[in-house]
Design a protein around this ligand. Structure first.
Ligand SMILES: [Zn+2]
Ligand SMILES: [Zn+2]
Length: 356
């Protein structure tokens, strides 16, 4: 595998194209995977738009499942043929944060598709494999496993490890794209009651199908916090901004009841400015503002057990599987024309004109 097909970005906000590039070799302590499935996420759009520091040419992609095809020196837990997934944050495996199970905030972290070439390719290199790789249980499909790495695991950790969501509590989920729908599914599985908010009727229908107790159509002018307060008897206990904008962040915070917990999941990159946050309400009502940055591999077993049991079904969030060539056209418009549900890419699929 000297060369591979990959989606390549040559300049920020430029066109994406699939072409042959050198295949990766395993780093020390890392592996190379043949990519079996990889998710298209709004974070990929942020990288394309120049909101992350990436070096060009670049290969995006950070939600993936694959099979190990090459192992670097110093790897003890993994071997060729292992079917694995990985959190989008790869901890270094050596620092105090990684050693205590919090690789998602490792100061020396790597991220495929951001700090190095990602998974919109036939092969991807991953670092610190013994810390970051997660074996995929037999009952979990490649596509379902790929969905975990960013959006699903982040939603899971946001509601469990960060917000401590309890059965019977109300949670408002603002934005019903991939991460928002994941949050709706997880919240319902935890026994919570859900208000889902989005601008798109398709997204709201998907949220309702997953069991959201109420759906609210936002239009930029509607008083979402007021409506949530009416529906929930004074505001939700937990609110998640799964979009990442000044308005959705504020709507999430203002939808809370007193002493509620807000989790910021949608990205608010410094490159696009700092949002105004209603801190007077935060103080007066003793609200908690929490961040969520993925989930370390060390925390995957609890989530995987719920998936194996069928209590969580990430595969139900996947609306379509496409090839790399189709994904090139979809990625640049993800912020404005994001299709409902999750989009998965099969990077091994031949090009449309390959004649296979
Ligand atoms: Zn570390
Ligand atoms: Zn992502």
């Amino acid at each position: 595998m000297a060369v591979m097909r990959a989606m390549v970005l040559d300049r920020i906000r430029g066109p994406l194209a699939v072409r042959e590039v050198p295949a990766p070799v395993p780093p020390n302590g890392g592996v190379v995977l043949r990519v079996l499935a990889t998710g298209l996420c709004r974070s990929d759009w942020h990288a394309w738009a120049g909101h992350d520091e990436i070096s060009l040419p670049h290969v995006p992609g950070h939600e993936l499942a694959g099979v190990v095809v090459a192992v670097g020196s110093g790897v003890s837990r993994w071997t060729d043929g292992d079917r694995v997934t990985v959190p989008f944050v790869e901890g270094c495996g050596r620092c105090a944060w990684c050693l205590s199970g919090s690789a998602q905030v490792c100061p020396d972290q790597r991220q495929p598709g951001f700090t190095h070439w990602g998974s919109f390719a036939q092969y991807v290199a991953l670092h610190a494999a013994d810390t970051n790789l997660v074996a995929i249980p037999d009952g979990v499909t490649d596509e379902a496993a790929a969905a975990l790495g960013c959006r699903f695991a982040t939603a899971y950790r946001a509601l469990t490890g960060r917000a401590g969501l309890a059965a019977g509590e109300w949670v408002t989920v603002i934005g019903a794209g991939g991460v928002g729908l994941s949050a709706v599914m997880i919240a319902k599985a935890l026994g919570a009651r859900v208000v889902a908010v989005d601008r798109g009727p398709g997204a709201l229908a998907a949220a309702a199908a997953l069991g959201a107790d109420h759906v609210l159509a936002a239009d930029g002018a509607r008083d979402i916090p007021g409506l949530v307060s009416e529906l929930t008897g004074g505001g939700s206990h937990v609110a998640v901004d799964a979009v990442g904008s000044e308005q959705t962040c504020a709507d999430s915070i203002l939808s809370l009841r007193r002493r509620g917990r807000h989790v910021q999941v949608g990205l608010l990159p410094s490159a696009v400015g700092h949002p105004r946050v209603p801190m007077a309400r935060v103080i007066g009502w003793e609200l908690d503002l929490l961040g969520a940055h993925g989930m370390a591999a060390a925390d995957y077993p609890g989530m995987l057990a719920l998936i194996e049991r069928g209590d969580l079904r990430p595969q139900d969030l996947i609306e379509r599987v496409i090839g790399l060539d189709e994904a090139c056209a979809l990625l640049p418009v993800l912020d404005t024309a994001s299709p409902a549900g999750m989009t998965m890419i099969d990077p091994q699929r031949a090009a449309p004109d390959a004649g296979a």
